[in-house]
Design a binder for this molecule. Structure first.
Ligand SMILES: CC(C)(COP(=O)([O-])OP(=O)([O-])OC[C@H]1O[C@@H](n2cnc3c(N)ncnc32)[C@H](O)[C@@H]1OP(=O)([O-])[O-])[C@@H](O)C(=O)NCCC(=O)NCCSC(=O)C[C@@](C)(O)CC(=O)[O-]
Ligand SMILES: NC(=O)C1=CN([C@@H]2O[C@H](COP(=O)(O)OP(=O)(O)OC[C@H]3O[C@@H](n4cnc5c(N)ncnc54)[C@H](O)[C@@H]3O)[C@@H](O)[C@H]2O)C=CC1
Length: 420
């Protein structure tokens, strides 16, 4: 097959090309057509169709004194139920408090093959004001909004390599493109001054945008239907949380659980999930050992469970695809059209809610009871149940306590026999 120039075809011809070359059949072309979206066609290259991600609601999480409803986009069963469950417990205290100390994005301009790295550093120090002006002239509207390039720091990388780091306040944007534009302008300026510059690019390791969130939950909110007291559950959650500081094998799983919620809100809010993920995981390993991002401790009097999380989070409420995709605008509206800091506080709150629900399940009934009960619906669809058969099969699976593909298939056959 010759794919050269495929990207120049219009959408209909791109789909027809797949049919003509037997990559898809006519029914599948229809599926693509049903899911065509003109906005999608403008957003990505070689566009075929919009791949739908189910979006559900976290109905109520109290963050910085405000009750928020939060759309979450995820394909994984039980994540949204768990977020609701976690938030239900967090809300029984005063809710989550979350804030940034600063919120800046970093651009790196990397100078290489320096004959005298110290002389280069002196040059940058002496020309800091000029370099900041070059950065700000590259995107003047950010300065006009009260943001823009704020500081320049120097990061020696080896004997003849130095990164000049520009720290930028992107206001309500995430700032990746803004910073890249500034970094390239500074790179050009340094080239004109005679230095060899390898590249200018933002860093997704957002250590100047660390959000800290904390919550205090009365232990009574944690008691289980199976009879564990809140105090018992709290004690075990604190122990479980400590394990994440001891072994990276446990920490990665716990952080995956946190990302269940974080990524679902980041995606629904039109933000860049990859940027958030990369920064989060790097930060989890900042001590040299990968650790859990959240920590839970029982208060001295035993009455409260205290949760804390600190993570890099650079999100925007303008820029990128945010203003373009109608579903994103809808999701922002459901959250009350938050500003960038409020959206970040919501995400940090969801991180705590998600982690609390997962840990509580792990140390009480185990994860499978809640997770697999909700997974049963996907399993039913997987084995070919029709939409009207799904509730019957889910009920049968839950009763059988054998939530796997083989038993789903067998139970579906039984249901069909009975229906005949
Ligand atoms: C699944 C539950 C919530 C059941 O929990 P439950 O205690 O059986 O549920 P409940 O019926 O008592 O309901 C309690 C609350 O949960 C919410 N809730 C309950 N069901 C629903 C639902 N269908 N849809 C929406 N919300 C739901 C809802 O807020 C409800 O309050 P109410 O509205 O009744 O006042 C619980 O077992 C749980 O939180 N489990 C954790 C599940 C989880 O974390 N799933 C993520 C996938 S596993 C994973 O990827 C990560 C992990 C776990 O490995 C991370 C780690 O290891 O740390
Ligand atoms: N490594 C990474 O993370 C990279 C990410 N990206 C992508 O970059 C996009 C985000 O970049 P941005 O620079 O945030 O978007 P952007 O390029 O759309 O810039 C934001 C725009 O919004 C305008 N704006 C209007 N009102 C504003 C306000 N109140 N505050 C701030 N800006 C305002 C700015 O002037 C600017 O033109 C995302 O789509 C991301 O996926 C791009 C390159 C690399």
């Amino acid at each position: 097959m010759n794919w050269s120039g495929y990207y120049k075809l219009d959408w209909q011809d791109r789909v027809q090309y797949l049919v003509d070359h037997h990559l898809i059949d006519g029914n599948q072309a229809e599926l693509i057509t049903e899911n065509y979206n003109p906005v999608g066609d403008q957003l990505v290259e070689n566009y075929l169709y919009n791949f739908g991600v189910p979006t559900g609601l976290l109905t109520d999480i109290k963050v910085n004194g405000e009750h928020k409803s939060v759309p979450m986009a995820t394909e994984e069963p039980s994540v949204i139920a768990a977020a609701n469950n976690g938030a239900r417990m967090l809300n029984q205290g005063d809710g989550v408090r979350a804030a940034f100390k600063q919120r800046l994005i970093r651009g790196q301009v990397i100078a290489i093959n320096l004959e005298d790295a110290e002389a280069f550093q002196d040059y940058v120090e002496q020309h800091t004001a000029e370099l900041l002006a070059v950065a700000n002239q590259a995107h003047p509207s950010m300065l006009a909004r009260g943001g823009g390039a704020k500081d320049i720091t120097i990061e020696p990388l080896d004997i003849n390599t130095v990164a000049v780091d520009i720290l930028v306040d992107p206001c309500e944007a995430m700032g990746a493109n803004v910073v890249n534009t500034m970094a390239e302008a500074v790179a050009q300026d340094l080239r004109s001054a005679g230095f060899e510059i390898l590249m200018g690019i933002l860093s997704n390791y957002a250590t100047e945008a660390l959000i800290e969130a904390e919550v205090t939950v009365p232990v009574v909110a944690l008691k289980t239907k199976q009879g564990m007291t809140g105090a018992e559950v709290a004690e075990k959650i604190a122990q479980a949380s400590h394990m994440e500081q001891l072994t990276p094998y446990r920490a990665v799983t716990a952080n995956k659980g946190i990302m269940n919620g974080v990524e679902a809100v980041v995606l629904a809010s039109g933000n860049d999930t990859r940027a958030v993920n990369a920064g989060m995981h790097a930060y989890a390993a900042e001590s040299g050992q990968y650790k859990g991002l959240a920590q839970w401790l029982v208060s001295d009097d035993g009455d409260y469970l205290h949760g804390y999380i600190k993570m890099p989070l650079m999100l925007g409420v303008v820029g990128g695809s945010i203003g373009i995709v109608p579903a994103v605008q809808l999701n922002q509206q459901i959250m009350g059209n938050p500003d960038a800091q409020t959206l970040s506080a919501i995400v940090a709150g969801v991180a705590l809610a998600q982690n609390l629900a997962a840990l509580r399940a792990l140390v009480s009934s185990g994860i499978q009871a809640g997770h697999m009960a909700l997974q049963a619906k996907s399993l039913a669809l997987q084995v070919g149940a029709t939409v009207s058969e799904v509730p019957l099969l889910v009920a049968a699976l839950t009763k059988s306590k054998q939530i796997n593909q083989a038993s789903a298939q067998a139970l579906l056959e039984d249901i069909r026999k009975e229906m005949r």
